[in-house]
Write a protein that binds this ligand. Sequence first.
Ligand SMILES: Cc1cc2nc3c(=O)[nH]c(=O)nc-3n(C[C@H](O)[C@H](O)[C@H](O)COP(=O)(O)O)c2cc1C
Length: 204
Amino acid sequence: MKKNVLSILSSPRGASSVSNKLSAVILEKIIEKYPESTIVVRDLAKDLPPHLNEEYVTSIFTPEANRTDAQKQSLVYSDEAIAEIQNADIIVMNAPVYEFSITAMLKAYLDQITRAGITFKYGENGYPEGLITNKKLYIAIASGGIYTEGFMTEYDFVGPYLQKLLGFLGITDITIIRAEGLNKGTDEDKENAYQKGIDSILID
Ligand SMILES: Cc1cc2nc3c(=O)[nH]c(=O)nc-3n(C[C@H](O)[C@H](O)[C@H](O)COP(=O)(O)O)c2cc1C
């Protein structure tokens, strides 16, 4: 079966990035399962998403016909990124942990794809309804520390945040893959942490 796959990369570490490597293995396994698939890569480190600015924020509240050229221009990245994610059947997003959080480039990307009336709306009963539907999302998290057990579980923000935000946008079929403890212990421990992440990859 043919799938449209979107790979969203968000590490500043390029070839050294562990989450980029996890993403690459996830993509390989997706292609093994769906050999005819096509992959579009959006490398946020190579093409930084714009941060929200005044033009953008006023533009989204201005009817299209009344937007200034600057306001229209401020929505170009957002429109393209939304069309791209809407076109995907499977999304592979990596999420390296920096300062207990996602990287700023990933936050900027998420800001660009979260648009009232376009990627989410509030239904009649006031409940939010996500409008990016029928997607499978794999999130590859890489962290120096361990967050699934021990005292650092209180600092486990990245997975839960992405699950909530992307779920809010309608992406509810989410598998999280983690390589954690990458900076802990001996070189062998670090290698094992990476391998454990790779071994946990399952494509459904
Ligand atoms: C600036 C910086 C901040 C980091 N902050 C954290 C952190 O808060 N928690 C953590 O567990 N690891 C932290 N790390 C370690 C990274 O999570 C680890 O290097 C991981 O491999 C990053 O993913 P990447 O290799 O895909 O960039 C940090 C690393 C850097 C360079």
